[in-house]
Design a protein around this ligand. Structure first.
Ligand code: FES
Length: 218
């Protein structure tokens, strides 16, 4: 990783961010030969900092990468995991692509919407849940697939979807973990995944280290 020297403008742009985020900025910029190549991880840093990708965050990433604000916005708006609005504590994502659809994903989504009282694509007033449908998550053999803060559960039924929402609401776990939720709410798995992700996620933001985990967990 190369040493990163920030210009006065770049330093001023990230001065409003936490020292952890400023360190992450330097770390991410140090991993790429060209600053512009760090646009995606830097957008995640801005998302960690603000909870979602704000206009100010995109301006900061524009300054850091040398890309235009329009170019940064085009990246942030293309990928659905960059959120432009504040999320609830738990982002529940239900795959409704063809394999999951054929195994009843629409009913799972309806049960989760009903139990959480949050419609697809929205965040509840109390800020506990965000619910969304997503495209194929690449685990079709375990359909239907549900993710909580990007931690995956396979073989979820409508009843198990309701139990999952109750468990999150009543227990309010700080960390959600694939292995635990699969045991409690999952059904048949496609196969045993080679790499078990043991740390879990504490934010509805995919970050660094193990997929879906909070920074510093790896
Ligand atoms: S269709 Fe749902 S994981 Fe592929």
């Amino acid at each position: 990783m190369k040493d990163v020297v920030l210009s006065a403008e770049e330093t001023a742009a990230i001065n409003v961010w936490s020292s952890d985020s400023q360190s992450l900025v330097r770390e991410m910029l140090g991993k790429y030969p060209e600053k512009r190549s760090a646009v995606m991880p830097l957008l995640y840093v801005s998302m960690i900092e603000n909870g979602y990708v704000t206009n100010e965050g995109m301006k900061t990433v524009s300054i850091l990468t040398g890309l235009t604000a329009a170019q940064v916005q085009s990246v942030a708006s293309f990928y659905s995991m960059y959120k432009r609005e504040e999320l609830g504590d738990y982002l529940i994502s239900v795959c409704t692509s063809i394999s999951c659809f054929l195994r009843g994903a629409d009913d799972v989504l309806a049960a989760i919407e009903d139990e959480s009282n949050v419609p697809d694509g929205e965040t509840g007033d109390e800020g506990k849940f965000s619910v969304e449908h997503i495209e194929c998550n690449g685990a079709c053999g375990g359909a239907p697939v549900v993710l909580v803060n990007y931690e995956m559960i396979e073989g979820v039924t409508p009843d198990k979807g309701r139990e999952l929402v109750k468990w999150l609401r009543d227990g309010g776990p700080d960390v959600v973990n694939t292995e635990e939720m699969q045991q409690l709410f999952g059904g048949e798995r496609a196969f045993d995944w080679g790499v078990k992700e043991l740390e879990g996620a504490i934010l509805p933001i995919p970050a660094f280290g193990p997929y879906g985990s909070a920074r510093g967990d790896s």
